[in-house]
Write a protein that binds this ligand. Structure first.
Ligand code: FUC
Length: 817
């Protein structure tokens, strides 16, 4: 009897016994011990990658905490270069598709590669830096006892130090409920606090003071070219074009005096001061001209500031902490290590890289991922970008855009399982915008008048076209067109976790149907009658044909078909759930049965290409052909063991040395192969100390790791590795699909005992797990939707009915451990 059948037999016995003996209903999940939630340093930041990141899901700040001068980079997630995109930028591109297909049919790959360059449009726009706030001090004398920290348990940063026996403190946070940044400054001696607040920006701006407020008003460029692309004038400003921004500053002082010049606020001899910063932009949606149809950024900034000014500091802070903790406190991870080294976070990271154990650092990194998502993803239609929300550069790495061949999706792997479903919404609402421009992309670039398509890159304007500057881009990265197919899986996942049928019916399903509809129309039959894509590329990898041609354009790339399989299957399930579109559903079912199947190569690897060709770079960071293993749900060690083994072989060929986001992905891939020790090895390697880049020293090709402030190092800084790594921790401890939850599928030997509470599973459950000596030691399941629940643990299976809102404690799973 195979493992699965044994489960089914046991299921009957256990289902009965569970109902009689083991279900206890609790009103809440257990409170596991609070783990370390503080990053701290004994010196100010010198570089961006050492600064403390704060955010309320729209506004971001990077706090350096200097003693003589504090430097704080300010950001607003809605401040981008550019204007609404014209999706009809290359209306005749589709006319080349039949020629490319013909060249591929003739196996003329050089010609197909050349022709594929005709299927290209403009690059994305860039995320813009709002500016830098400085707080200059007049300290004279020796500085002692310097301390800088970020408490991710409260989302509050602080700095303290002594100068000549006077103790100075600063506390910083950005409030979501009150929509302002708040800095509280104190000096322990009456009248000891003297400082100047000033502002600077790479954007165009002017400064004035009015109503005791320093008012900065400016605008972003209407075009900023990618940092890797040469243009004669890469950054273009026009005072009548582009997104407007405002940044207003006001001080509440206790003691002393406040003076204003046109460009600064001067506070003299205060004892305490509260500095409020309000930021707003004119961004009014992806399809509205931000200069002509924009929001009134000035009055928004003013209103936010005035509202906050009326509040007491403790009220502002109290509301902020309460709001933040309502998300953050949902999940607790404990790895049974009471000791936290009394070392600054950068020193802990360095020791860890040298091999020291520091389970609390591993917890901190996990929770920091959740912190960053709460801080960067609370704006409708505007997902966290490559750097989340934190960027000081005018032409940031890869435009700080939405890179959709892995990066923006990886940003959201943590959202549902990490109990931050609300933070998924900015991405989910963005997909609706993408589908609008994507209809034009489907038609004009691919000749498909059904559904919608999107490609490698996007931006706040929801561009969906293939990039490459109209024929100058390498097809290996420019010509991929499967991101619509990928991103809609996030809609279905959101439904699986929340059970929100209204969302599925009114919003998600039509978008899923559009993406699936594109796939149906886009696919062609190969010589054996299988459905394939043509032309196809496999994100950023290149093959070598038997006659030595290195290229990217082919037919039937594995990753395309894997994504289509996932998208079609989910659309079928959604239409079944909604009981609609049976005819369309049948056409999807037929198509799935005709898809070109996975192939295993001579090395035992999962083939990336239609043929068993060589890879130009076998250890390349991208591994999109493994999509069916993770994030997809097509390959598992028990149900498709041969394919799982082929994925393992592929990952071994690739090796473990790679960029940050790629390590984050590989943690998830190894966890799905139920190899906890390998996943853990990669998690350790993701936490490899990487010294700060500095803008001038970006090494794009170097190994991935973690900067002193725990930002993920691609390098350069790229936030997807933070999110992918944190998601990987959950995948090691729990995995789920719509029908079942697997407990401790990839528990590493390094974590013999511990607990995790509040993580979420598909089907609508909140799960808390305890383990001891490598074995399960307690499970609680909170049912959020009333679905039936099925749990697996090491060959055992239990199934039970649930009531919405009830919590079930299951001890049966522990028997005979
Ligand atoms: C893709 C990746 C790079 C980087 C960039 C933002 O091009 O290949 O490694 O993550 O996106």
């Amino acid at each position: 009897m195979d493992k699965f059948k044994r489960h089914m037999v046991r299921k009957k016995v256990l289902c009965v016994s569970i109902l009689i003996l083991f279900i206890a209903v609790f009103s809440c999940v257990p409170a596991f011990a609070q783990s370390n939630t503080t990053l701290w340093y004994n010196k100010p930041a010198e570089y961006f990658e050492e600064s403390l990141a704060l955010g309320n899901g729209k506004n971001g700040a990077s706090v350096f905490g200097g003693v003589k001068s504090d430097q704080i980079y300010l950001n607003d997630i809605t401040l981008w270069s550019g204007e609404p995109v014209n999706p009809y930028m290359n209306p005749d591109a589709y006319k080349y598709i039949s020629q490319i297909r013909e060249a591929l049919k003739q196996e003329n790959y050089p010609l197909a590669e050349k022709l594929n360059k005709n299927i290209q449009g403009k690059f994305s726009e860039s995320y813009a830096p709002l500016g830098t706030m400085y707080i200059d001090f007049q300290h004279k004398g020796n500085v002692r006892n310097y301390h800088r920290q970020l408490d991710i348990g409260e989302a509050v940063a602080s700095v303290s130090y002594d100068v000549d026996n006077i103790h100075f403190t600063r506390e910083y946070f950005i409030s979501h409920p009150d929509k302002v940044m708040v800095v509280k400054l104190t000096g322990s001696k009456v009248g000891s606090l003297t400082f100047t607040v000033r502002f600077n920006s790479l954007l165009k701006y002017s400064a004035t003071t009015e109503d005791k407020t320093l008012q900065i008003n400016g605008y972003a460029p209407y075009h900023a070219a990618p940092n890797y692309w040469n243009e004669e004038e890469p950054v273009l400003f026009d005072e009548n074009r582009g997104t407007r921004f405002s940044s207003y500053f006001r001080v509440k002082n206790n003691g002393g005096e406040v003076f204003f010049s046109d460009s600064a606020i001067q506070v003299n001899n205060a004892t305490e001061a509260i500095l409020l910063i309000s930021m707003a932009t004119s961004f009014n949606g992806y399809d509205k001209n931000p200069a002509k149809e924009g929001l009134d950024n000035k009055s928004i900034a003013d209103k936010q500031l005035t509202g906050a000014f009326r509040q007491k500091y403790q009220e502002l802070k109290g509301r902020h902490v309460k709001d933040y903790q309502s998300f953050f406190n949902r999940v607790n991870l404990n790895l049974d290590e009471p000791e936290v080294p009394d070392l600054s976070t950068d020193d802990r990271l360095i020791n860890y890289t040298k091999g020291a154990d520091d389970k609390n650092l591993e917890i901190l990194y996990f929770q920091y991922g959740r912190y960053l998502l709460i801080a960067s993803s609370r704006t409708e239609g505007v997902p966290a970008n490559l750097q989340g929300i934190w960027n000081p550069y005018m032409r940031p790495p890869w435009s700080c855009n939405y890179t959709m061949n892995i990066n923006v999706e990886e940003n959201y792997w943590l959202a549902e399982s990490g109990n931050l479903s609300e933070m998924h919404e900015p991405f989910l609402t963005f997909i609706g915008n993408l589908a609008e421009t994507g209809k034009v992309t489907a038609k004009t670039f691919y000749g498909v008048d059904k559904g919608w398509a999107a490609c490698h890159n996007s931006d706040i304007w929801a561009m969906s076209n293939p990039v490459g500057d109209f024929g100058k881009g390498d097809p290996m990265w420019a010509c991929w067109n499967m991101s619509g197919t990928w991103v809609v899986t996030h809609l279905w996942e959101h439904y699986l976790y929340t059970g929100d049928k209204k969302f599925l019916k009114d919003y998600a399903y039509p978008l899923m149907k559009g993406a699936a509809g594109f796939c149906l129309a886009w696919m062609v039959k190969d010589k054996n009658g299988y459905l394939i894509t043509s032309p196809s590329t496999s994100p950023e990898n290149t093959y070598i044909t038997p006659d030595g041609f290195r290229g990217a354009t082919l037919y039937g790339g594995t990753s395309d078909i894997a994504m289509i399989r996932e998208c079609l299957k989910q659309t079928i399930e959604a239409s079944e759930m909604l009981k609609i579109d049976s005819g369309f559903r049948d056409s999807l079912k037929t198509a799935i049965s005709q898809l070109f199947p996975y192939q295993i190569g001579t090395k035992g690897n999962l083939q990336e290409w239609y043929y068993d060709w060589k890879d130009f770079e076998p250890t390349h960071r991208h591994q999109t052909h493994l999509y069916g293993l993770s994030p997809g749900h097509q390959i598992t060690p028990d149900k498709t063991p041969e394919l799982a083994e082929a994925c393992r072989v592929t990952l071994n060929i690739k090796g473990d040395e790679t960029t940050g986001w790629s390590k984050g992905w590989r943690i998830n891939l190894w966890a799905r192969l139920w190899d906890g020790n390998r996943a853990y090895k990669l998690y350790r390697e993701l936490l490899k100390y990487v010294p700060r880049d500095g803008a001038e020293n970006i090494n794009y090709g170097g190994g991935g790791g973690t900067y002193p402030n725990l930002f993920d190092a691609h390098p350069p800084f790229q936030i997807d590795g933070n999110f992918g790594g944190a998601a990987g921790v959950i995948e090691m401890l729990m995995q789920s699909n719509e029908n079942e939850i697997i407990l401790l599928p990839a528990l590493p030997d390094a974590w013999p005992s511990g607990s995790i509470s509040g993580i979420c599973a598909r089907g609508g459950f909140e799960v808390s797990i305890k383990w001891k000596d490598g074995k399960l030691n307690g499970v609680e399941v909170l049912s959020k939707t009333g679905n039936n629940c099925t749990l697996f643990y090491q060959g055992k299976k239990v199934s039970f009915e649930t009531e919405k809102g009830s919590t079930y404690k299951l001890n049966t799973m522990l028997e005979n451990n």
